[in-house]
Ligand binder design. Structure first.
Ligand SMILES: Nc1ncnc2c1ncn2[C@@H]1O[C@H](COP(=O)(O)OP(=O)(O)OP(=O)(O)O)[C@@H](O)[C@H]1O
Length: 249
């Protein structure tokens, strides 16, 4: 479904030097799979998410999405593919504040197929029912708890039945218990809809809910067990602490 080969991403800093963020990322995600990408702060997780979600283009390497080479598509075709095939869930929910839960979920359907457009009211209500929030459809985000807002965001992400659901620190703004409920809901929804779920996180508990764990470190991705990921993150943290101490003295 998604095939990433030897992808690099570099940015030019204000002083003219190049910062190499991703140095040769390889990844295959199959339909319906649940994958976690784990990495410490600054490892390049958001940079990678923007590439997987067809928001940015790589500096080099290739991204194939459902058999199509992303590099060969115009901006307009890429945006169309993204709208139809990728759903996003963010740490801060990103709901429109002055729109009801139902109106938020309707939003992506305004840009959908003619059938999705004409059936938008019903489809949005069904999506809210799937996350058990149909009875809160007419409420504004501020009238909902954090966990409920994230469930609305999940309904919005899935309402066009995307092949890929990308979740960026989806539990980051929630307490532990609510975060677990949200992760269980994401796993259930991905199983029910057949969407692949790629969750980007620095939280080992969140990563533990995936079928496959990949660690982003030194600009590359490698598959690992939860124990290996934990050790690598600990070693990273120790190294950073030592550097900070050295810089202070
Ligand atoms: N456009 C840019 N210009 C300069 N530096 C950038 C740019 N984009 C990313 N970076 C740097 O690249 C590194 C990776 O950034 P990124 O946001 O992808 O990390 P992350 O793993 O998502 O971090 P966090 O978990 O803290 O959000 C960081 O050091 C960041 O400062």
């Amino acid at each position: 479904m998604l095939e990433v080969s030897e992808v690099t991403r570099a940015v030019t800093l204000p002083d003219g030097s190049e910062l190499s963020i991703l140095r040769g990322v390889n990844l295959r995600v199959f339909a319906g799979e649940r994958v976690a990408i784990l990495g410490r702060s600054g490892a390049g997780k958001t940079t990678l998410l923007n590439l997987l979600g067809l928001i940015d283009r790589p500096t080099s390497g290739s991204i194939r999405f459902r058999g199509q080479d992303a590099a060969a598509l115009s901006e307009a075709r890429l945006a169309k593919l993204r709208g139809a095939s990728v759903g996003f869930v963010f740490q801060q929910f990103n709901l429109l504040e002055n729109r009801t839960a139902h109106a938020n979920v309707v939003m992506p359907l305004l840009y959908g197929s003619p059938k999705q457009f004409w059936q938008r009211e019903r489809l949005a209500l069904e999506a809210l029912r799937a996350v058990e929030l149909a009875d809160r459809a007419d409420q504004l985000p501020r009238q909902l708890s954090g966990g409920e807002q994230q469930r609305v965001a999940i309904a919005r992400a899935l309402v066009r039945q995307p092949a890929l659901l990308l979740a960026d620190e989806p539990t980051g703004a929630l307490d532990v218990g609510t975060g677990q409920l949200v992760m269980r809901l994401l796993a259930r929804m991905s199983a029910e809809t057949g969407s692949a779920l790629v969750t980007i996180t620095h939280d080992l508990f969140v990563a533990a809910t995936a079928e496959r764990i990949l660690l982003l470190q030194d600009g590359v991705l490698r598959e690992c067990t939860l124990d290996e990921a934990e050790q690598a993150l600990r070693a990273d943290a120790r190294e950073r602490e030592a550097t900070e101490l050295r810089d202070r003295v």
